[in-house]
Write a protein that binds this ligand. Structure first.
Ligand SMILES: NC(=O)c1ccc[n+]([C@@H]2O[C@H](COP(=O)([O-])OP(=O)(O)OC[C@H]3O[C@@H](n4cnc5c(N)ncnc54)[C@H](O)[C@@H]3O)[C@@H](O)[C@H]2O)c1
Length: 258
């Protein structure tokens, strides 16, 4: 068994597929994986964002490949995965970060708002896991990491977002269920649940006052930098977490303790 940190956390030359890689947590973690020597394939709706991620990874002299696509569409994910396997090689790790957030009081939420949240945040994660596992199963090896949220465990004080919170609770249980379904295929499935994180999702001008509340409500008294999600992601991607499957790693500056 390995017990040296350089070996345990080594993801050099791993092939990693990242959804939501055009912005925020997905983009930062994709760059973090690349700077640790992985070959990263990036998938997102946002082509400009993908090009920015690609540029930053190329500056690290690492191989990368980008795909404009929608996690609501299984065939777009399947196409990207087939191309990644042809161009870069067999996918070792998948990191599913594509997601949306918005708020509206429950009694005013339209059916479309409810459905759209679940289509992207829960079905999108399921379709991604499904396509990723299909190629990993053949090799009996792989690590899938889903981005959930602390909102899947707690209810954010003052934020009326029943659809978001419920979709994230769904991601946590979907992760555990898939971890058990695929345990005999050598595929580990885990989630990371970030607390309030400084990404474009939270940096819109209308959020300025809300950010002070987020900082104050978090025991560590600040929001996370997206870079602070990279370490937990490398842990779950690498052999350092070889006995972890079905866990939800909460990375929240202590938020859920109170
Ligand atoms: N920022 C936070 O405070 C926070 C906290 C907890 C959990 N999260 C979760 O982390 C994940 C990433 O959030 P972020 O803060 O980086 O957000 P972000 O808005 O900065 O980035 C999300 C990315 O997902 C992409 N995306 C959205 N819908 C898509 C679709 N249908 N198909 C493909 N790509 C799509 C967007 O284009 C964007 O590039 C989300 O699942 C979010 O719910 C964020």
């Amino acid at each position: 068994m390995k017990y040296n940190s350089n070996e345990l956390f080594n993801i050099e030359d791993d092939i990693i597929f990242v959804t939501g890689a055009g912005r925020g947590i997905g983009q930062t973690v994709a760059i973090g994986f690349a700077s640790s020597g992985a070959k990263v394939a990036c998938f997102d709706l946002n082509l400009d964002g993908l090009r920015e991620t690609q540029k930053k990874i190329k500056q690290l002299n690492q191989k990368t490949i980008i795909f404009e696509g929608d996690v609501r569409n299984s065939s777009e994910i399947r196409y990207a995965i087939e191309e990644v396997e042809k161009e870069l090689g067999p996918i070792d790790v998948a990191f599913n970060s594509a997601g949306i957030a918005n708020a509206n009081p429950a009694e005013e939420l339209s059916n479309e708002q409810w459905q759209n949240m679940f289509d992207i945040n829960l079905s999108g994660i399921f379709f991604s896991c499904q396509e990723e596992a299909k190629v990993m199963m053949k090799r009996k090896k792989g690590s899938i990491i889903n981005i959930a949220s602390m909102s899947g465990t707690i209810v954010n004080r003052g934020l009326k977002q029943v659809h978001y919170n419920s979709s994230k609770a769904g991601v946590i249980h979907l992760t555990k269920s898939l971890a058990m379904e695929w345990i005999d295929y050598g595929i580990r499935v885990n989630s990371i649940s970030p607390g309030y994180t400084k990404t474009p999702m939270n940096l819109r001008p209308e959020m300025a006052d809300q950010i002070k509340v987020f900082e104050n409500d978090t025991p560590i008294k600040r929001m996370a930098a997206p870079e602070e999600i990279v370490g937990p992601s490398i842990f779950l991607a690498s052999e350092a977490s070889s006995f972890c499957t079905g866990i939800d790693l909460i990375v929240d500056g202590g938020f859920v303790c109170w």
